[in-house]
Design a binder for this molecule. Structure first.
Ligand code: PMP
Length: 306
């Protein structure tokens, strides 16, 4: 772990990171009976301010995920927002960070059932720049792994166990020499990236797979759909065929980690002319300006830390 991570919220209080440890017998560790959230906070150097992005939406999604996995904690969303702000203040970060919240079955207990297994929450924040370490754009493949289905492990619930599926598709893409993967649903339609949503531009319109395609209903995806509307770019949320990826003028990923990242080729076929396209560029610029608090109409998405 990055040595700049000095503190964590663990077992009800802020403690030094080195003390935030769970037993190997913890239910959430043994059976992946946990859910998580990842939230970004952007540093604005001019204002010497840090903004947490869409914290209320992330916490709302977290409580929805918890409901499915029968996880319960004693904190409200408002209390958790205060805890997150406190943790960030304590760290005195002056760079972009990624906040990781895990809600987990904390009992030390054998047996996979979820009833009568107490839960807890832990939080830490780590400096986080570009998920793809400065790459201008990505070369991706369509994975031969399929997306885990809603009736197996629902993707919309950000369940830790489901990330074995993400890890397999990502790892095999990297082994094969690609930066990232796009996974299909069992039905063969496009779902998403390993930990990001996917957007296509076709005839100038923005298209993204719908919520019923075994995707995580991404908060960045929602922000991009709103921004596109505001820029008078037409949007379609619908089923997407694999071959549309090869016919798209532009393709990009969205996610808290990935932010807005252009895809330059799929399965060795260039996307459009193989360069960053104008629609992606525009949305990317809007997104980063929004994160730094430079667009008044999106300021309500931001929680200042300092
Ligand atoms: N899909 C998956 C599987 C993810 O893990 C993520 C990252 N949270 C996303 C999509 C993007 O979601 P968001 O924009 O809310 O980070």
């Amino acid at each position: 772990m990055d040595s700049r991570v000095k503190y964590a919220f663990f077992e009800g209080k802020i403690v030094p990171m080195a003390e935030a440890k769970v037993s190997i017998a913890t239910h959430g560790f043994m059976y992946a009976t946990s859910i998580f959230e990842g939230i970004r906070a952007y540093w604005n150097a001019e204002q010497k301010q840090m903004y947490v992005l869409r914290m209320a939406d992330h916490l709302e999604r977290m409580f929805d995920s918890m409901k499915v996995m029968l996880l319960e904690i004693k904190y409200s969303a408002a209390q958790l927002s205060d805890i997150i702000v406190d943790l960030l203040k304590r760290q005195e970060f002056d760079v972009d960070v990624y906040i990781r919240i895990t809600v987990y079955k904390s009992a030390k207990k054998i047996g996979v059932g979820l009833q009568n297994v107490p839960s807890d929450i832990c939080i830490f924040a780590v400096p986080f720049d570009d998920y793809y370490e400065g790459k201008e754009g990505l070369h991706v493949c369509v994975s031969n792994w399929r997306r885990v289905e809603d009736n197996a492990i629902p993707a919309r619930c950000k369940i830790v166990g489901a990330y074995a599926n993400s890890a397999l598709s990502k790892a095999d893409a990297v082994t094969a020499g690609f930066d990232e993967s796009i996974v299909l649903s069992e039905s063969g339609s496009v779902s998403e990236g390993s930990a990001m949503n996917v957007f296509l531009v076709r005839k100038g319109e923005l298209i993204t797979p719908s919520g019923t395609e075994n995707i995580l209903e991404g908060i960045t995806r929602a922000s991009i759909l709103t921004m596109a509307d505001d820029l008078n770019i037409k949007t379609q949320v619908r089923e997407v065929d694999r071959s549309e990826l090869y016919r798209a003028e532009e393709l990009f990923f969205t996610g808290t980690g990935a932010q807005v990242k252009s895809i330059l080729s799929v399965d060795k076929r260039p996307v459009g002319n193989g360069q960053l396209g104008p629609v992606t560029k525009k949305l990317m610029e809007q997104y980063y300006a929004m994160g730094e608090g430079k667009i008044a109409k999106y300021k309500h998405w931001l929680t200042p830390v300092y």
